[in-house]
Design a protein around this ligand. Sequence first.
Ligand code: BDR
Ligand code: CA
Length: 311
Amino acid sequence: MPRIILDTDPGIDDALALFLALASPEVQLAAVTTVSGNVPVEQTTLNALTLLTLAGRSDIPVARGCALPLLRTPIDAAHVHGSNGLGGIHFPTPTITPVAHHAVDLIIEMVMQAPGEITLVPIGPLTNIALAVRKEPRIAERVREVVIMGGALRVPGNVTPMAEFNIAADPHAAHIVLHAGWPIRLVSLDTTTCAILHRSQVEELAAHGNHVTTAMRQMMAHYFDVFGPQHGNQDRFHMHDPLCLAAAFQPDLITWEPVYVDVELTGTLTLGTTVGYFKRADAPAPNVLASVAVDAERFIRLYMERVRVAF
Ligand code: BDR
Ligand code: CA
């Protein structure tokens, strides 16, 4: 059974990914590591602790990670996820605290101790993952797989016309991670924007679910009522991070293509753009398996079935 380290910046869709990990018997959530992204790391750490407490899984270690990207000026996505990252909802104070380890050290320690067993699932900016592989390059040979939510290969970006948030928020870290020579699945906007949970499905889950699905509805109200309408959408929630998490244990939900992907680091308008060399004679050797299509209906069915009964 793959053991997963979820590297995350909760974030509403991060919260939904965490719930899917806890609800899926095919994987064991070994640790949660946090990073600045949607909101600052103090808040993403508090959110991770809060969500695990809510889900009754205070046994899972949480390690706080990096507060700043490697080089660029920080950006956030509080306008999408609410002031605290969880739709502005204040859930009960967590009963747990972070472990003493820094996220980077916990990642290194767990991967080194269990060769071939740990899947890293980064669903926020890649700062922690980049520093971990720089500090201990041998984790590249020992990791089972790195399943990343990030990038926009043949579709527009979501923070700029070209760049996706997780890559744009720390493009230099993304560059390190993409070129570290380890097995990567890249779950980009090309497929995550097809994985849509509708408001009616969230209502259904809350009505026939449990306290976790009720919390989901509360958090997602910000997205549906505030962020969505500003973008002509009151009904559709993109399941970016949950789809990435699902790909770590059920990769056949997605069609994959081996491709060389690089990150733009010098463009003034295009910083953080992911460039995929699809079917080009000049393509360097593939460094990722890129998600090119998804069975979205099957994924949404899986998501709803799992979280409805797990808590
Ligand atoms: C990614 O950006 C964040 O806002 C989401 O949590 C997700 O990880 C999508 O571009
Ligand atoms: Ca995220």
